[in-house]
Design a protein around this ligand. Structure first.
Ligand code: GLN
Length: 544
């Protein structure tokens, strides 16, 4: 078998520089050059996975087909690479220690003293190699910033791995910030030099520097970085703020990043076909049409919490040659706002997923408004559960209709907790009130069977079934199904007897789904549900 080559990406100076996007961009260029590429995010924090982390702190939790709750960078990787990743593609310090401690308890280390070197570092190396199996190239992004104490075992692992596989089979890319200092009117390279110095101190010499900056770097500055950081002159790549993240691979390509990678890794024929990508990026940046939708959510000040959904909306926009303007509406405030005023220039209402009761009544009001005023509506996950509660309260006139998530003792539990379900790997899961929170949700891809002659079937071009991803605990209660159907609600999607999608008869576009369509949307393959919704909003706008 051919040896896998590795590209290790580290970050310097500060976080949030877009290492994930840089990694995904390089992966995309290599994939489109004909290589089998995969990508891995190694996160030095102690949580076993980000599943129980607050979206306020950590942004969205991304979910893979196999039900892993991962860092949101995995979402970028999938959206760029257009490949399904798995739990092999993201691990944390917590996960690494968990495995090592489990092995120690099983006596697998034969009584040896367990230490960071070699045991923890070996576990990290083993996980990296596993993610690279059967691939030509594996991109490994190390979370955090060089200099973090918790990142040290990861840096030691990639240092050792590079030695092990040989110098033409691994390279280090260091992404840093080159700040523009207004008072001096200059871009400054000192932080980059310090950060590379820090990397060298632990034995890693970068082969390439990617410089994030607000302004382009001139040749002299790039040469200065090359000399002071000890990299070839063609290996200093700039990454200037772009109008769209999807431009980044194209910006890298223009600077011949592939030529530089090819010379280090001894690769040949790197001529990526980016025609379709280019075409879509043009439409993201300068589309012909525009439409405005309302996004009703609880974390509207922190749009990172809805990353996959906002990106999926961009993909749908590119497919439909339309800029989708999002009006963010805080669901909690909507409890008291004038709805007519809030939705006056809106062509579609989106109610996103969420946990906990805060803002729920505002979301229900928004759903009522969309239903009664025949405005295109899409409800996702909690959005579907609330659409059912709204229907129960206002159409079936069932007072006290609710979800047991918000009112455990409500008279009409339209949404409730089921205590047994089959997980995405086919295993039976039992849930009780004592089950710990981590990993107990219905997670990952499930088949959704689609009813013929419905909006959902039309959206999915007549397909009989599709696979979409889930992340929720509660389910629609089938006890109310008949009563709802008799009043014009259609159950258009089902999965293992559970209600997956509902729509309304006398409405141009009212669709609510239990799954998260946004997790499978890619720039080059926008998700059908999101596309259908944006298309309906465009039609609504032109009919107004
Ligand atoms: N809170 C709801 C549940 O757990 C919905 C979750 C979501 O919207 N992702 O079922």
């Amino acid at each position: 078998m051919k040896k896998t080559k590795y590209i290790f990406i580290t970050g310097g100076v500060l976080s949030s520089l877009g290492k994930g996007i840089a990694a995904a961009s390089i992966a995309t260029l290599l994939k489109n050059s004909g290589f089998k590429v995969s990508i891995l995010k190694a996160d030095p924090y102690i949580n076993v996975d980000p599943g129980t982390m607050s979206p306020f702190e950590h942004g969205e939790v991304f979910v893979t087909d196999d039900g892993a709750e991962t860092d949101l960078d995995l979402g970028h990787y999938e959206r760029f690479l257009d490949e399904n990743l798995s739990q092999l593609n993201n691990f944390t310090t917590g996960r690494v220690y968990q495995s090592v401690i489990e092995k120690e308890r099983q006596g697998e280390y034969l009584g040896k003293t367990i230490q960071v070197i070699p045991h923890i570092v070996d576990e990290i190396k083993m996980r990296i190699k596993k993610a690279g199996e059967h691939k030509d190239i594996l991109i490994v992004e190390i979370g955090g910033t060089v200099g973090d104490i918790e990142g040290l075992p990861f840096l030691e692992a990639i240092r050792a791995l590079k030695l092990e596989v040989g110098k033409n089979n691994a390279m280090n890319i260091h992404l840093t910030l080159v700040p523009f200092i207004k008072a001096a009117g200059e871009l400054k390279t000192k932080p980059t030099q310090h950060s590379v110095g820090e990397l060298r101190r632990i034995g890693i010499s970068p082969n390439m520097i990617i410089c994030r900056s607000e302004k382009p770097l001139n040749r002299d500055l790039k040469d200065k970085i090359a000399i002071s950081c000890g990299v070839e002159k063609n290996c200093v790549i700039e990454s200037v703020d772009a109008a769209s993240i999807y431009q980044i691979p194209l910006n890298f390509l223009k600077q011949d990043i592939l030529g530089a990678i090819a010379s280090v890794l001894e690769l040949k024929n790197l001529k990526p076909n980016m025609d379709n990508w280019n075409f879509l990026v043009k439409r993201v940046i300068a589309p012909s049409n525009e439409v405005k939708i309302a996004f009703v959510g609880k974390y509207v000040d922190l749009t990172e919490s809805y990353k996959s959904l906002t990106e999926a909306i961009i993909h749908a926009g590119a497919t439909l040659d339309t800029r989708v303007d999002i009006k963010w509406i805080d669901s909690e405030k909507l409890e008291n706002l004038d709805l007519k005023e809030s939705f006056k220039d809106i062509s579609g209402i989106l109610v996103a997923g969420g946990f906990g009761r805060r803002g729920v009544e505002g979301k229900i009001r928004a759903i009522s408004y969309a239903r009664e005023h025949k405005i295109p509506f899409l409800g996702i996950c909690l959005g579907m559960q609330l659409a059912l509660i709204e229907f129960a309260r206002n159409v079936l006139k069932l007072k006290d209709a609710n979800s047991t998530e918000f009112d455990e003792k409500c008279e009409n539990p339209i949404v409730y907790l089921i205590d047994e379900f089959i997980d995405s790997n086919g295993k039976k899961q039992i849930r009780t009130s004592k089950t710990p929170l981590g990993g107990t949700m219905r997670l990952g891809a499930y088949e959704c069977r689609i009813k013929e002659n419905t909006l959902l079937s039309q959206i999915y071009q007549g397909k009989k079934s599709v696979k979409e991803r889930h992340r929720h605990r509660y389910e629609a209660n089938p006890k109310y199904r008949k009563a709802m159907e008799s009043k014009g609600l259609i159950v258009s999607g089902e999965s293992q007897g559970l209600i997956e999608a509902v729509e309304l008869k006398d409405h141009p576009f009212f669709l609510a789904v239990q799954f998260h369509p946004e997790f499978t949307s890619r720039l080059e393959r926008a998700n059908s549900v999101i596309c259908g919704f944006i298309k309906a909003a465009c039609d609504y706008e032109s009919s107004e």
